[in-house]
Ligand binder design. Structure first.
Ligand SMILES: Nc1ncnc2c1ncn2[C@@H]1O[C@H](COP(=O)(O)OP(=O)(O)OP(=O)(O)O)[C@@H](O)[C@H]1O
Ligand SMILES: [Mg+2]
Length: 391
């Protein structure tokens, strides 16, 4: 079978003799796809190799790199043995382990030849250092670690570690959507349109540049690793998507403190898929779910499936002002929420004036959180008394 690669990335990966390989750049440049192909066709094929593919959290790992590798192995008719419980795949005498950093014990007891850190900005510098220590399985070839990510913020550890500091034995490649001839036209259009939306976002996601983001919307938040074991109340925010991700955010309220506890963030969900997910995730059907009121039919269908769902008050500016007055404590496993909040900013016009509307890109978790918090705290009385659609 003919296997086609994004050529620029394949050439760079093939050539690299460096231990650390930093593959970063704009959205949709082929980083993940080519990395997966490269591990399959070049690294697994060496034989007797142990490869770790990792992401900060397991749910994210499973719907991204894990799914991608399995689907490519199938597509290329490469025989493999999958152990679902362990999340390991054997191909000939080589093996791939899929482990996330939210369960580091499993990683600490193993040694690897190659490691791929997918969406490396989600990790901490300490996670990276721990992973490097595991890169010491002895074989005939040099061991290597690969990091793939978007340049989300100069505040992220990857910028300080690889761009502000010069290390030996580190190779860096930047790519953009222009390097990826397989990208569909609609997505190219979305990226190119970002220039009309916001210049800084255009530079990050289309041009793949690190920028200092100005006009950030939320700064009053803290990322936490331990969460309380009980809450006064649990509510959910829901932003519908299909081509864009659907975001469902679980929020715990404890003495006026707000905890972002959990997130579901998935593309391509029909309403039926979403209802299945809600049955799995929403612990009590008494919990209120506040959803995008632009989709009354979807809301009605979810209500008929037995959920306590309400159309959200969508006033953007007032909602943001309200959320800004509260401190948010975000579970470190909510990687999409963290990624969004770190770059959620006000739109700027061509002269650099900050406008009173957020950039509409990577804002799905942000919308879901605002729907839930603003509607819950401001409309709570009306909803309780009326219990009907009032917006
Ligand atoms: N070799 C290939 N053959 C077919 N399609 C490809 C190939 N490489 C990339 N693509 C297509 O391009 C899309 C974008 O590639 P990929 O997901 O690897 O980009 P990325 O750089 O990881 O993007 P992001 O920064 O958003 O994570 C893929 O979803 C896939 O459809
Ligand atoms: Mg990717």
């Amino acid at each position: 079978m003919d296997v086609e690669f994004v050529g620029k990335i394949r050439r760079w990966l093939k050539k690299s003799k460096s231990t650390v390989n930093v593959l970063y750049g704009g959205a949709g440049s082929g980083k993940s796809y080519t990395m997966a192909q490269f591990l399959i066709f070049y690294k697994l094929a060496e034989g007797n190799k142990r490869i770790l593919i990792t992401r900060k959290t397991n749910p994210a790992l499973k719907i991204s790199a894990y799914q991608l590798i399995i689907s490519l192995l199938r597509e290329y008719n490469i025989p493999f043995a999958l152990n679902k419980a362990d999340q390991t795949v054997k191909v000939g005498s080589s093996e791939i382990l899929f482990k996330s950093m939210d369960d580091p014990e499993k990683i600490k007891s193993a040694e690897f030849n190659y490691i791929w850190m997918e969406e490396a900005t989600e990790f901490t510098l300490d996670d990276y250092r721990q992973l490097r220590l595991r890169l010491r399985r002895q074989t005939d070839k040099k061991n290597q670690i690969f990091l793939t990510f978007n340049p989300i913020s100069k505040n992220n550890w990857v910028y300080k570690e690889f761009f502000e500091t010069k290390h030996k034995d580190v190779a860096i490649l930047k790519t953009t959507y222009k390097d990826n001839g397989f990208l569909d036209k609609e997505y190219v259009q979305t990226l190119e349109n970002l220039i009309n939306e916001d210049e800084a976002y255009y530079r990050v996601y289309a041009l793949g540049e690190f920028v200092s983001l100005k006009g950030m919307i939320y700064s009053n938040y803290e990322i936490i690793s331990e969460i309380p074991d009980h809450f006064d109340e649990v509510i959910y925010g829901l932003d519908f998507g299909y081509n864009n991700p659907t975001a469902l955010i679980k929020i715990g309220i404890l003495d006026e403190r707000l905890y972002i506890l959990d997130e579901m963030y998935e593309r391509g969900l029909t309403n039926a898929d979403l209802i299945d997910q809600l049955r799995r995730i929403v612990e009590s059907t008494n919990s209120s779910i506040y959803a995008d009121s632009a989709e009354p039919n979807r809301i009605e269908e979810i209500r008929r499936a037995g959920f306590n769902i309400y159309p959200a008050n969508k006033s953007v500016k007032d909602g943001i002002d309200f959320v800004k007055r509260k401190k948010l404590f975000i579970n470190q496993n909510c990687v999409n929420t963290i990624k969004e909040i770190e770059s959620y900013k006000w739109k700027q016009d061509k002269n650099g004036n900050v406008l009173e509307e957020p950039v509409k890109f990577n804002d799905h978790a942000m919308d879901a959180i605002r729907y839930a918090i603003y509607t819950h705290f401001t409309q709570i009385r009306t909803i309780e008394t009326a219990n009907i659609d009032i917006f």
